[in-house]
Design a protein around this ligand. Sequence first.
Ligand code: MLT
Length: 434
Amino acid sequence: MTLRDNVGLELTGAAGFVQVFRPTISAMIRINENYTKLKASYLFSDIAKRVTAYAAANPAKPVIRLGIGDVTEPLPAVCLEAFHAGVNELADRATFKGYGPEQGYAFLREAIAQHDYAARGCAIEADEIFVSDGSKCDCGNIQEIFGADIRLAIPDPVYPVYVDTNVMAGRTGGNVNGRYEGITYLESTPANGYVPAIPSVATDLIYLCFPNNPTGAVATKAQLAAWVAYAKANQAIILFDSAYEAYIRDPQIPHSIYEIEGARDVAIEFRSFSKTAGFTGTRCAYLVVPKSLQAYDAAGNAHSVHALWNRRHSTKFNGVSYPVQKAAAAIYTAAGKQQVKAMTDFYLGNAALIRKAVSGLGLSCVGGDNAPYIWINTGTDSWAFFDKLLNEAQVVCTPGAGFGKCGEGHVRISAFNSRSNVEQALERIAKALK
Ligand code: MLT
């Protein structure tokens, strides 16, 4: 008898009652139904599928990818040298390494504390840094240590991982007209220069990203100070994604939220070697969780967020490979700093070309000066614009609607590609849009 046969099977009992046999819910494997609230596929997987299908159908028309922010330039020479040396150590019994510390090797954590924080006047200790295999994972995983019923504040448009992982965890209702119930959306629009205002309601976990993905907008010290004050007033925590800080050129713009007084008590920061030093394929990032940061249980008792994350991290993660951490640490040498600057300058050079060309076509845009992304206000359906660029220029961009409701009418162009590909893409775009 099949399960289907069982459902609703009527049996006549001894006393003549009709009993309906239904398998109890626990008798079958069940899914996490929160996943059914998500869009069918992740934004960048969706785009990749469309581009692959187009390329397969049009083999004579080479596509230039300015969609996902994936780097194209080789790793800095210092990183490669350190990477090779690290691999060589693994080849010798005397220097071989097995499991490393889950939180990262001391040489890398100390270099980060010194060069990314002490050098900017931020008091962050090496043991407050957790080395990981990527900011995408860190941004996605961090929510696990917070309550299921906390109130979320998430920008719109936004890197989709922040929203999707909270949907998966059951912190939202369904998606109604492009927005999940239960999230306070922080709108970034042309009217506010794409820097969202502080909400008028209290929230508990606030996601911020500066320089911003996707808009390329940056936040001033005063703007971040207002967020820190809001978080303090609400006993909330800010998750500050600073993956693109290496692209900041304006000396007035803070690189870290810890440049703001009091932020140690209210903020976690995400950093990555991906866009800083070309590690998208190599994988290395880190999370800063200050020991002074506290969150509360239902009875109001304070708990160390650092201790919670350390428990989670050491249970579910076994560290980034030794050669990769050696390669990452190399960016903090004098030569490494120069090479990272040269690489980020190169991508910013692409960004400047994109901005100029797009503005020349009469489209307004922001970003690209302190960030590798240019956010273009096309004023038209963003997926239709994506299709137009793909079909008529063979250029891939990212439709703004994929980042949220406020992204509609915009597309994002990434500056990550070779100079010749960017130049060619801009010529093709000009032709297609004229
Ligand atoms: C993006 O294009 O938004 C990023 O490359 C995605 C990521 O860093 O995961």
